[in-house]
Design a protein around this ligand. Sequence first.
Ligand SMILES: C[S@@+](CC[C@H](N)C(=O)[O-])C[C@H]1O[C@@H](n2cnc3c(N)ncnc32)[C@H](O)[C@@H]1O
Length: 215
Amino acid sequence: MNIFKSLFQTIIPAKKRDSWRQIKNKYTKQLQKVISPESLDINWIKKENSWLLDNFNRPIISIPKALMSEKIEKLAEEANQLGPEPLWEGYENLQNYPREVKETSRTANQVRTNQKVGNFYAYLIQKRKPAIVVEFGTAFGVSGMYWLSGLESNNFGELLTFDPNQIWAEIARKNLSGISNRFQLVNGTFEDNIDAYLGSDRQIDIAFIDAIQSA
Ligand SMILES: C[S@@+](CC[C@H](N)C(=O)[O-])C[C@H]1O[C@@H](n2cnc3c(N)ncnc32)[C@H](O)[C@@H]1O
């Protein structure tokens, strides 16, 4: 028997399981109303065991590997080999920030975008052809390298990325430079710097907000 099914049956009592099924059916019906062929133009990205995919029959697109993906992964692995690097000290001033997150360090692999999602970013850039991609939270530059991969394929556009962590930003700058020079990395918070760097006459085509979700 499927391990998840058996876990589901062991952990969740029969009564609860029934109500979970009812909820699922209710939302499936509601979603089916919203995601009707006329109302929304969407495609699914291929993913196994997807409840959405099972319930909403749609074309499936598979995402190709990003340009320079081997090089990106090699640089990401080298950054990871550096070991844990300290978090931005500004986290300590945040209200209600979990105690265990304070005064700790992270490796690149602990915070990075994974390869599958990175390939999707590069694909998205190739499809949308943005002039400006803004990223909040550069970290070690892994997501940034994938954005740059897409911009390089287009031979157009730039990445404006922000991170207040000085140590991480230096590592990221080296990584991003290994892929393209179509970027500006600002070592500071996005909220303190976005106005100065974006300018009121320029619009953001894609914004990637990946700053404090580890809270
Ligand atoms: C989850 S990591 C980003 C991971 C990265 N986007 C990737 O996928 O490789 C979050 C980053 O947000 C940064 N950060 C936290 N607050 C920020 C702020 N106000 N503005 C910009 N970056 C911030 C942190 O220093 C940290 O490097």
